[in-house]
Design a protein around this ligand. Structure first.
Ligand SMILES: Cc1cc2nc3c(=O)[nH]c(=O)nc-3n(C[C@H](O)[C@H](O)[C@H](O)COP(=O)(O)OP(=O)(O)OC[C@H]3O[C@@H](n4cnc5c(N)ncnc54)[C@H](O)[C@@H]3O)c2cc1C
Ligand code: FES
Length: 350
């Protein structure tokens, strides 16, 4: 344990204490303050903030996220900054509703309860938690799982809902050679094994705006947190008009379809629109084809009255964001989780 310092966040007027040994972002999470973030690796700039007063020490980060001239001006990345004095920070990117309603993060040990392929490259992983740990989360959030035998972590979004708090369910894309998911197919990870899990993280949670309809756009394993949000809406009897556009390559890459089609009857005014990008998805496919964003552009009209939730690979999220902004949706009505991977940091500093 290192020295303790006080962090003051402006303009929200929140004060909390951090240890010198933890990053300011980790200290905030530990105390249930869900500050805006993305990679937590100093690469994406989502946590960039301005140091008004005080001093921070930085761990290694990407100079793409924080160029040297910005660091000299006083900008910092909260996921890499350690306070070495009391620090006043100006937040530039924040959602006060989410910031104040976070759940304090916990580190727990979970047991692999189920591991099965859903498609040729997406797996379902279910983890059992010890009820004594009292792990809590909100629909749409994610956890960090430590890759067994290493200090590396990978982030995964829950597809489950908090009403079954001791069972977390994930949808995980398997990349050959991937440090974590690579272990699914070769038997390195098996039912009964234990995993270190930390969380919850993330702001991909449903904002309470009953007057606005909901537009969900997902691709690949990005279905997971959207399924969590939809399941939670079913439990709550939510009646907001909503539609979920889901992009996959071919029919063999579609999964969870029975539940999503069933939701069309269980949720008031909900439609599930799967979209296949394969040039020839086969004679049995009568649904939408092409890029999911092109189908959204064609089927949706004016988007100014929606709250949009985007999740999946970064190129899909970026393309959807561009479309929604062009269709007139305000940036602060777009919530997203990009499933960024642990690519090597280029242009790193320190
Ligand atoms: C907030 C957040 C939530 C996430 N939630 C999920 C989730 O619910 N489900 C999920 O599947 N993933 C999710 N991810 C991504 C996940 O954290 C891992 O990065 C991903 O699963 C790869 O980990 P790995 O250890 O298997 O592969 P790594 O060891 O990180 O990668 C090894 C190799 O696999 C290949 N590879 C890895 N990722 C990709 C890619 N995207 N495209 C092409 N090749 C790749 C590359 O060749 C790479 O060198 C999330 C990421 C974030 C930031
Ligand atoms: S969360 Fe800090 S740079 Fe990505």
């Amino acid at each position: 344990m290192g020295d303790k310092h006080t962090i003051r966040l402006q303009p929200v007027d929140i004060e909390f204490e951090v240890d010198e040994d933890e990053t300011i972002l980790d200290g905030a999470f530990r105390q249930g303050l869900m500050l805006m973030h993305g990679c937590k690796e100093g690469q994406c700039a989502a946590c960039k903030s301005f140091v008004l007063e005080g001093e921070v020490d930085m761990d290694k980060y990407s100079t793409f996220a924080l160029p040297d001239f910005e660091e000299e001006e006083g900008w910092t990345l909260l996921c890499k900054a350690h306070a070495v004095s009391d620090v006043d920070i100006e937040l530039v990117n924040y959602d006060e509703e989410v910031l104040r309603s976070g759940i304090p993060t916990k580190q727990v040990v979970a047991t692999v309860a189920e591991l099965e392929p859903l498609t040729s490259d997406i797996w379902r992983l279910a983890l059992d938690l010890d009820p004594a740990d009292g792990f809590e989360y909100k629909p749409g959030q994610y956890v960090d799982i430590t890759v067994p035998g290493t200090d590396d972590v990978r982030s995964f979004s829950m597809a489950s809902v908090p009403s079954t708090p001791n069972r977390l369910e994930f949808m995980i894309r398997h990349y050959p050679g991937g440090k974590f998911a690579g272990g699914f197919a070769d038997g390195t990870l098996q039912v009964g094994h234990e995993l270190d899990v930390k969380g919850p993280f993330g702001s991909f949670t449903l904002r309470d705006r009953p007057e606005r309809r909901l537009l969900f756009i997902g691709g690949g394993a990005g279905m997971a947190p959207i399924v969590s949000l939809l399941r939670a809406r079913r439990e709550a009897g939510c009646t907001r008009r909503s539609v979920f556009y889901y992009g996959a390559r071919g029919t063999a890459d579609l999964f969870q379809v029975d539940e999503l089609e069933g939701l069309q009857h269980q949720l008031a005014d909900f439609a599930f629109v799967p979209v296949l990008s394969d040039a020839d998805p086969g004679p049995d496919w009568t649904g939408e084809t092409g890029f999911v964003t092109d189908v959204v552009a064609r089927l949706e009209g004016d988007l100014r009255d929606v709250d949009a939730y985007l999740c999946g690979p970064p190129p899909m999220v970026d393309a959807a964001m561009e479309l929604l902004l062009a269709q007139g949706l305000a940036e602060d009505r777009i919530y997203f989780d990009k499933f960024t991977t642990s690519a090597e940091t280029e242009g790193s500093s320190l």
